[in-house]
Ligand binder design. Structure first.
Ligand code: NDP
Length: 515
């Protein structure tokens, strides 16, 4: 489905199931005026939400968590209906969202606590120093179509937990899950600090025009446009963009586990995961054996659209545009000498593309340089670990990587040489489930991070510094008017004494100054 395939008239987006093309719902295309009005309303209610404090907000977040779990099966139905995912792939969305609600609700008070450091500078020693974290009033969260319920959860929940109001703009391809997401918040009677803006890129642009912080997930190309729009308004932003995540399979790896893990890491959600395995480098001594095992695993995958019976492993792609990108990458590789040892073409039904393993691939092919975001695994033979690292780092992207080895120390050594935001050793995608460590891309894969303990909440806050007297205050501070040589020398002498290294530099007045 392309953007225009979704459109019926100037005011509505028709949503279709990409697995079979049937219409599953419709949402309005919201104008910039409507978006501005929604942001104004959020701004009105946000101070009360902030004033509730983390404990008051926790009550609502946990109530919402109950709603998500109580409605999980229906939410999964909706996710499947607009993405063409398998039941298994869709099932994680509400459950992980509930777990994220639990995490942020229960940790927010500690993560947002004021800090009261002792002053390093003797001139501020008489002050009580406080850093307090105040939320951006309205956060804009712009999400893509690959996890239409979970993606809003990943970013909206910490923003709400931090005390911000949120204006959510989902992808036009999959807005129905976001409708559910916001509906749940309303249904539990929570304060009106979460609103939805549906539409195309223009609606996204209107969100940026009306919020105080932007959290964007999607393609690198759109991410750059978002960054420019934010710069125009001097807005802070965080971008989670595309990836081309390498897997490095070393000769000492458990090949059975590597072939299982890489098949899953490459095919999960039909390869439409920002941190999915997109290219594989295998040390020469185990190349043939690994390729045979991987090919067998991928060939066995059952593809199709199931319902609540969990019958299939791999589902459809979210749009026909996405299927065409996958096809182009495979076709270009094959034209340049690569071979599809399994898969290699669309199935002919909906947007399904066969799970594919490519060999005889080289680093210059589009399947190795551009984000594919589909069910393909191109595999390259390398001489050794150094070549694997060099080729893994030879990319404009730097989201995550996996290393497969029997030696954990070697794995960690290699991790520290990879130019990516996350490395999973002997596992794939596992960092995405670890809320306590940051998830973010280097290079063209993003700016900023999400999750990562306190940092995941503090990103939605403006630190505010407060100083207050710690001791009884005199009528005048040392540096106040009128200037007095004695008081200036005393104050700066204290500072100089604390900063001086060696007795020679302890002198009260700066070198050359009149005494
Ligand atoms: P986009 O980056 O185009 O869209 C992501 C979100 O941004 C959507 O909600 C989109 O709205 C919105 N948007 C588009 N233009 C603007 C704008 N000018 N200002 C503000 N918001 C805007 O992703 P696509 O859906 O087109 O996917 C394209 C590629 O992105 C994929 O092939 C894949 O490579 C990558 N991708 C990466 C993801 C990740 O998790 N890192 C997830 C999804 C895609 P609308 O959809 O209505 O245009």
């Amino acid at each position: 489905m392309t953007a225009t395939e979704h459109k019926t008239d100037a005011s509505t987006i028709v949503v279709r199931n990409p697995a079979d093309g049937h219409v599953v719902g419709a949402v309005p295309i919201e104008t910039s005026d409507t978006v501005a009005a929604k942001a104004r309303e959020l701004r009105l209610f946000q101070p009360q939400w902030e004033a509730l404090g983390p404990r008051g907000r926790k009550r609502w977040l946990l109530k919402y968590q109950d709603w998500v779990l109580d409605n999980a099966e229906r939410i999964i139905d909706v996710v499947q209906s607009e993405t063409g995912k398998t039941r298994a792939d869709a099932s994680g969305e509400p459950t992980v969202t509930a777990s994220l609600l639990d995490y942020w609700a229960r940790h927010a008070e500690r993560f947002l606590a004021d800090e009261q450091p002792r002053s390093f500078n003797p001139l501020a020693m008489t002050k009580k120093l406080t850093t307090t974290y105040r939320p951006y009033p309205v956060v804009g969260v712009i999400t893509p179509w690959n996890f239409p319920f979970l993606m809003p959860g990943l970013d909206t929940i910490p923003a709400l937990a931090a005390g911000a109001a949120v204006l959510l703009k989902p992808s036009e391809v999959t807005p129905l899950s976001a409708v559910e997401f916001v509906h749940g918040w309303t249904e539990i009677g929570a304060p009106p600090v979460l609103a939805l803006a549906t539409g195309y890129g223009d609606t996204g642009a209107a969100v940026i025009a009306n919020v105080d912080f932007v959290q964007f997930t999607g393609s690198t190309a759109t991410g750059k446009k978002v960054a420019v729009a934010c710069a125009e308004r001097l807005l802070p932003y965080s971008l989670e963009l595309g990836g081309k995540d390498p897997a490095l399979v070393l000769a000492d790896a458990d090949l059975e586990r590597a072939a299982n893990g890489i098949a899953w890491g490459g095919m999960y959600n039909a390869g439409q995961v920002c941190v999915s395995v997109e290219r594989v480098y295998v040390e020469a001594p185990v190349y043939d054996e690994f390729v045979a095992k991987l090919t067998e695993n991928v060939r066995r995958l059952r593809q199709g659209q199931d319902d609540r019976n969990f019958k299939f492993d791999v589902g459809a792609l979210a749009t026909s545009k996405q299927r065409d990108i996958v096809q182009r990458h495979v076709d270009e590789a094959v034209a340049a000498g690569a071979r599809a040892v399994t898969g290699g073409k669309p199935t002919g039904t909906g947007t399904f593309f066969e799970p594919t393993v490519l060999v005889d691939v080289d680093q210059s092919m589009s399947c190795m340089t551009e984000e594919t975001f589909g069910p393909t695994l191109p595999v390259v033979k390398v001489a050794d670990e150094d070549e694997a690292i060099r080729l893994a780092n030879d990319s404009v992207y730097g989201l995550s990587a996996t290393v497969w080895t029997g030696d954990k120390d070697r794995g960690e050594r290699i991790a520290r040489r990879l130019d990516v935001g996350a490395v999973n050793i002997n596992d794939a995608i596992s960092n995405a489930f670890a809320y306590d460590i940051p998830m973010g891309g280097w290079k063209h894969s993003g700016v900023g991070t999400r999750m990562g303990g306190a940092a995941g909440l503090l990103k939605y806050c403006r630190p505010q510094a407060i100083t207050a007297p710690r001791v009884p205050t005199p009528t005048k501070e040392l540096l106040w008017y009128p200037v007095s040589s004695r008081r200036v020398k005393f104050a700066l002498g204290l500072l100089r004494a604390s900063a001086a290294r060696g007795v020679r530099r302890l002198g009260i007045a700066p070198k050359g100054a009149a005494r």
